[in-house]
Design a protein around this ligand. Structure first.
Ligand SMILES: Cc1ncc(COP(=O)(O)O)c(C=O)c1O
Length: 380
């Protein structure tokens, strides 16, 4: 009898558990060792040194793969950026990378650095403009080697048509990498929409408690996984076993957390639209949002990040951040606690991101408490 496919909420709770044996633990043990007893060449899959592999990663990696629908275990990395750097290593020297102009600032920083070294060439695009991205991939006889997708983008919340873009990328022989940090596999599974590799900042929603920095890369392609795994080993871009264990512990509640934070985000976005001290709001749940129709068609939700431009320009936005009492003024996102920041305070942020844009990471608190605090901070 074939087992019925489990829903992602169930997979998050059940995947990566130890075998059910009498007296066995229900959670994977945290194994703190740098090396394993080993003599002679290790057999395939045998543990021998913790920079290469460890059983505590394996539990997390199998759970992440089950959630993303990857045929092969994930590769856990030291951080989201370590996984992203590994993904960029897939580009052949001098290959052209097509990337959202509003991708995560540090991913863009890495791409610019690689371009300055001559390792890659970079074409920045509006990832929501499918025709423009398709043309950029073809490149008038200079086809791209890699398409980078972030959907929605950080922090502008542009929504990509991943299936269409993956088709266009593959037609010119380009690999497709999707950073699925914002959406999470609860909302979209890019591998099922044509991506070759998915990367995550597990730091954010997957771990979910702002207490661990960790990344992951996933693919169903053996050769790509081997290359990413080799990158991890030779660059030493590895998480500690404790971080992997903490991330798996956090992952158990990801479905509940994402459900609640998305509902909070949609409610706050709807209220903010009519607020007298607000110039603009961005959240794909809003029927007026440019990404709404596409997100409704391609995603199983609208995410928990809201873009907010209060009155008064950058100074007005800074004043709002200064007045919140419940919301946390902090970078990062995806924790249980709500936080906000003005992204352009970082010099590395794209100049096309409005100076007054606040990125709100909506958490799982009571929505009325979040609203009351935001409202008083906006009113000043
Ligand atoms: C979309 C996105 N990708 C990647 C990263 C980098 O992840 P990490 O901070 O775990 O290196 C971030 C961090 O904010 C992010 O927002």
């Amino acid at each position: 009898m074939t087992e019925p496919a489990l829903s992602p909420a169930t997979v998050a709770v059940t995947a990566g558990r130890p075998p059910r044996i009498q007296g066995g633990p229900v959670n994977p043990p945290l194994v703190l060792t740098s090396t394993y007893v080993s003599q002679g060449p290790p057999a395939p899959g045998e543990l021998f040194y913790t920079r290469n592999d460890t059983e505590t990663w394996r539990a997390l990696e199998s759970a992440l793969a089950a959630l993303e629908g990857a045929a092969l275990p994930a590769l856990a990395f030291a951080s989201g950026m370590a996984a992203i750097a590994a993904a960029f290593s897939l580009v052949p020297r001098g290959g052209r990378v097509v990337m959202p102009q509003h991708a995560y600032g540090v991913s863009l920083g890495l791409a610019h650095e690689l371009a300055a070294l001559g390792d890659i060439r970079l074409t920045l695009v509006d990832i929501a403009d499918t025709d423009a991205v398709t043309a950029a991939l073809a490149g008038a006889g200079d086809p791209a080697a890699l398409l980078w997708i972030e959907t929605p983008t950080n922090p502008m919340l542009e929504v990509a048509d991943t299936p269409a873009l993956a088709g266009a990328a593959h037609a010119v022989g380009a690999l497709v990498v999707a950073d699925n940090t914002f959406a999470t596999p609860l909302v979209v599974r890019p591998l099922s929409q044509g991506a070759d590799v998915v990367v995550h900042s597990v730091t954010k929603y997957l771990a979910g408690h702002s207490d661990v920095v960790l990344g992951a890369a996933l693919t169903s392609d053996e050769a790509l996984r081997a290359r990413l795994g080799s990158y991890r080993t030779v660059h030493g871009a590895i998480p500690g076993p404790f971080e992997a264990w903490l991330a798996l512990r956090g992952l158990r509640t990801v479905a509940l957390r994402v459900e609640r934070s998305q509902a909070n985000a949609a409610e706050l976005a709807a209220r903010l639209v009519g607020h007298p001290r607000v110039v603009a709001v961005r959240h794909p749940s809003l029927p007026t949002d440019p990404g709404h129709e596409r997100a409704a068609r391609l995603m199983n939700g609208f995410g928990s990040i809201v873009g907010l431009r209060p009155v008064g320009g950058a100074a007005g936005a800074d004043a709002v951040v200064g007045r919140v009492r419940l919301w946390l003024p902090a970078t990062s996102l995806g924790g249980v606690e709500s936080s906000l920041e003005r992204r352009r305070r970082f010099a590395t942020e794209s100049p096309t991101v409005p100076d007054d844009l606040l990125r709100l990471s909506v958490g799982i608190e009571d929505v009325e408490d979040l609203w009351a605090d935001l409202d008083q901070a906006l009113r000043g």
